[in-house]
Design a protein around this ligand. Sequence first.
Ligand SMILES: Nc1ncnc2c1ncn2[C@@H]1O[C@H](COP(=O)(O)OP(=O)(O)OP(=O)(O)O)[C@@H](O)[C@H]1O
Length: 298
Amino acid sequence: MDQAEKLRKLVKEQEKTPRNIARVITVTSGKGGVGKSSIAVNLAMALSRLGKRVVILDADFGLANIEVMLGIRPKYNLADLMFRGKSLTDIITNGPDNIGFISGGSGIQELTSLTRDQIIYLIQKLVELDEKADIIIIDTGAGIADTVLEFVAASSEVLLIATPEPTSITDAYALLKTLNRKTDFSLQDTVIKMVANRIGSYEEGKELYDKLNLVVNKFLNINMMYLGSLPHDNSVSKAVMRQKPAIELYPNSSFTKTIEGFADILCENEPEAIGEKKGIAQLFSNLLRSRIKNSKKQ
Ligand SMILES: Nc1ncnc2c1ncn2[C@@H]1O[C@H](COP(=O)(O)OP(=O)(O)OP(=O)(O)O)[C@@H](O)[C@H]1O
């Protein structure tokens, strides 16, 4: 049995015991600076206010945007759990509205260098995380870097953020095109929901979705769903300046109201867990498996 096969078996074993499996929502974008982290943070809080236990995993290595937005400074990150014996509780920092926050830190990059025992330990801890959370929001980096694409390919529910800026649209297309070429990506297993951000009117957002979806449909055979559009709203940047989420500082802003609407829609439309993509332990197992396979090909 090779290592990839052992990993599959390990997760299958864990699944035999009935347990909570978190819903994982991966937030990504083709281009940086389009509002990915703002949306991840405020959506997490809106979902938490609906009674969900929410944890954000920041997989955007090197940038500490979410920490700044939440006004928190985590002491430990995923690498401390993987290599330095820290527990899951140690690496989850409490944020506003009771949301949990995990910084990927260097852990995301170092996933490749894990020994078999470290992989087993990590998956076991992630099984615990599946128990602790109802929803896990992953903020990936932006663009077509491998670390971004592998998270998207391993996820069952993806929010793709784009703005009306031409470069944001072409970069969103580039992300989907590169994703489509990945052998471990299958459209049957991943629902992509587009969010248009910083738009002037509802029509502008819908038009953006229609345009992009038409092209990805025609050339990539991908059919995206449309979650909706968020207005350009100065309260978002004002909130960033004050290191507090917009939903907390500006509860009546149009951005907050729209985000709350998204949270309602997402709670009403929980996708059936698809194929082998269920929960955070399964997601990391998929991701590690694809890394093992790819490293063998090289
Ligand atoms: N709807 C909006 N209205 C006004 N400003 C916004 C909106 N969404 C995001 N912004 C602003 O755009 C900037 C970039 O947002 P954010 O950091 O969330 O983007 P990002 O895509 O996560 O960036 P990165 O790729 O650097 O992680 C921030 O200053 C934020 O305040």
